[in-house]
Design a protein around this ligand. Structure first.
Ligand code: ASP
Length: 377
């Protein structure tokens, strides 16, 4: 700094100074010029070094940032006493396994996209949930599976509906996103794409489970009392939306969401619910949040639940809990029931359901896995 008429002014080392030097070279001696160049270089080096240190600090902070995974296995009328201790234990173990599989991906620095896919695959392979292996039956006695996945980093998405031969529909949804120019494929075309893309194919008998069959009979012939009295946790029909889903935040700050379902017991006419509809049952956007829903799909579609929650967080700056509760209340006022899991870009998360219970779980880099079933836990 130099003093000029009592005021401190900065010595000009920037581009204007160089221009002045060049245009008025005669008034500057060689010594002055050398001093100027030396000072200019010193300041440049100092600033560049500071910038490098700051960039490195940011990178370290990112590398050490937390990851979070939240999952669900459906919401509905799940009351204490509905299940035997063994059945409850089995559900909790399955949720734990899904958390563990996703956590392994995130802990080693893997992507949120990989984590949600892996977590959902575990639940798809478990006949206790209404997705993949344990999918409910349509009125025609077949299984038509829906799934979606979304990458919050670039808002790329993939979805499938009414597929019948793919063991893990969530991975097929991902293949649609990564190996086709489309977002959503349905029915026979999606089955064909699945084969061509090399996804594992299974015989339709793979999806046959006696319990789901009994539930269909109860649906088609009400009053026979097959489903609940046959033992086992309530899963289908109006009692429970057994869809599975996951949302994750990875160490690089990216969000992803995935949802997979068999839909509703006794569905007809190629009915598709909210789960594979981007913005209804599934959504992820690094600017806001990741959401996976389970519930009466028609209402979740009409409310655009998943996108609505993200929009509230993005524009109203609401927390995941505030946004989820508000949208759940709106959906309820239309007549819809169910639940959502929500994860914000800062790692804050929420679940919100207007049913009695919801199969759910959460784990993060800093917290142990937690699974829950009933509202009060
Ligand atoms: N939301 C799903 C659907 O409407 C059902 C569920 O969540 O179980 O297809």
């Amino acid at each position: 700094m130099v003093k000029s008429k009592g005021r401190k002014v900065s010595r000009p080392y920037g581009v204007p100074a160089i221009a002045r030097l060049l245009s008025d070279g005669r008034s500057v001696g060689r010594a002055n010029l050398r001093r100027f160049v030396a000072r200019f270089a010193a300041r440049f080096v100092t600033r560049f070094a500071t910038l490098l240190v700051m960039t490195a600090a940011c990178t370290v902070a990112r590398a050490e940032s937390d990851w979070v995974l939240v999952i669900h296995g459906g919401a509905g009328v799940i009351e204490r006493g509905d299940m035997s201790a063994e059945q409850e234990q089995s559900i909790r173990a399955a949720l734990q396994l899904a958390l563990q599989r996703g956590a392994e991906v995130l802990e080693r620095g893997g992507s949120a996209l990989d984590a949600v896919e892996q977590a959902v695959r575990v639940l798809e392979d478990d006949p206790q949930f209404n997705a993949g292996r344990g999918a409910v039956f349509t009125a025609q006695g077949v299984n038509e599976l829906d799934a979606a996945i979304m990458d919050g980093q670039n808002r790329r998405a993939g979805a499938v509906a009414d597929v019948t031969r793919t063991r893990n529909p969530v991975s097929l949804a991902r293949a649609v996103m990564e190996k086709s120019p489309h977002v959503m494929l349905v029915g026979a075309g999606a089955d064909k794409f699945s084969k061509e893309a090399g996804l594992q194919q299974v015989d339709s008998r793979y999806f046959f489970t006696p319990r789901r069959w009994r539930e269909l009979q109860e649906f088609l012939h009400p009053g026979a009392g097959h489903a609940r009295s046959a033992g086992g946790p309530p899963i289908a029909g109006d009692d429970l939306h057994g869809t599975v889903g996951a949302v994750a935040l990875d160490r690089n700050g990216h969000l992803a969401a995935a949802t997979s379902t068999g839909g509703l017991t006794g569905k007809r006419w190629g009915r598709v619910g909210d789960s594979p509809i981007i913005g209804a049952g599934t959504y992820a956007d690094d600017r806001a949040c990741a959401v996976s829903a389970t519930g009466s799909g028609e209402y979740y579609i009409r409310e655009g639940v998943a996108h609505e929650i993200c929009a509230r967080m993005r524009f109203l700056k609401e927390s995941p809990q505030q946004a989820a509760d508000a949208v759940q209340a709106e959906t309820r006022s239309l007549g819809g029931d169910g639940g959502v899991i929500v994860l914000g870009q800062d790692g804050s998360s929420a679940w919100s359901f207007n049913t009695i219970g919801m199969y759910r779980g959460r784990v993060s880099a800093r917290s142990k896995p937690q699974v829950a079933i009933y509202a009060q836990e």
